[in-house]
Design a protein around this ligand. Structure first.
Ligand SMILES: [Zn+2]
Length: 274
């Protein structure tokens, strides 16, 4: 996303959990027994593993996201219309959207977390950051995360000529298509900076929406770019990349989820709304 340090520290984005995902919560051997003992009898109702939220530091399960009332349009064809720029989704559904950028952090525990909590997160990937690490994101995708576009090389696009912007966006569309067999519909410009040329290039690369954020989880603090300083329904949240000595991606996500729950919200699938 915005801040880049060292080789690259961006923000990871959230991906979306496939609603119909048939994967059940999975535990490692040896954890089942502990979970059963700890879970005051209620775990038996749905079998071991019915309360994976406890393992991730939550005090209550995340309610499943509601089905959005209106289906999003089908993938749009490349064309002259400019895609919308969104940082917040207008909805009365009690959901926020978790987005992660760049692809620098490849913590296998985050895959476990997404799977067990069925988190519909969106990952906006930059090719030069992911490097040879696409396998990690294939695993994330297999447990419900969505993969979206965050350029090939993470330049600040604003002010660059059309050809360069188009190469960054279309190039990553092609890369992700070859890696995952899908062409992303969503694009996040590095650092959140863009201009009309960016939107034109994104449209020509088949992007349906340019996604920014209203809230950002940096370290353990939630900050807001616009409007009131608390999470509300429809907020798009960017989970920033790790500080050198800061809490891990899993810890930051758990912290954010507790904040989400404290507001009576749950996590929605961004792609269901755009
Ligand atoms: Zn970034």
């Amino acid at each position: 996303m915005r801040r880049l340090r060292g080789p690259l520290a961006g923000t990871l984005m959230a991906a979306a959990l496939l609603t119909g995902c048939a994967l059940d919560s999975v535990e490692r051997p040896g954890e089942k027994a502990a979970e059963r003992v700890r879970s005051d009898g209620s775990a038996g109702e749905r079998g071991a593993g019915a309360q994976p939220y406890r393992r991730w530091g939550l005090e209550a399960p995340l309610p499943p996201a509601p089905k959005p009332a209106v289906r999003p349009p089908a993938a749009r064809a490349a064309g002259p219309a400019l895609p919308p720029v969104v940082r917040h989704i207008r909805t009365s559904d009690k959901v926020v959207f978790l987005t992660y950028d760049d692809g620098a952090e490849k913590d296998p525990r985050f895959v476990d977390m997404v799977r067990e909590l069925r988190l519909p997160v969106s990952m906006f990937l930059t090719d030069s950051v992911v490097g040879p690490g696409y396998g990690h994101f294939a695993r994330l995708r297999s447990v419900g995360a969505s993969i979206q576009n965050h350029t090939l090389d993470h330049p600040a696009l604003r002010g660059l000529p059309y050809a360069g912007q188009r190469a960054e966006i279309c190039g990553q569309q092609n890369k992700l298509n070859s890696r995952f067999g899908v062409r992303p519909r969503l694009f996040r410009p590095p650092y959140g900076t863009y201009d009309t040329t960016t939107l034109r290039a994104a449209a020509d690369c088949g992007i349906a929406a340019v996604v920014l954020w209203r809230a950002s989880m940096e370290g353990t603090e939630l900050t807001f770019t616009h409007g009131e300083s608390r999470l509300r329904a429809g907020d798009i949240v960017s989970v920033a990349s790790r500080e050198a000595t800061g809490p891990t991606l899993v810890e930051r996500t758990a912290r954010l989820l507790r904040e989400v729950q404290g507001r009576g919200l749950t996590v929605g699938r961004l792609e269901d709304y755009l």
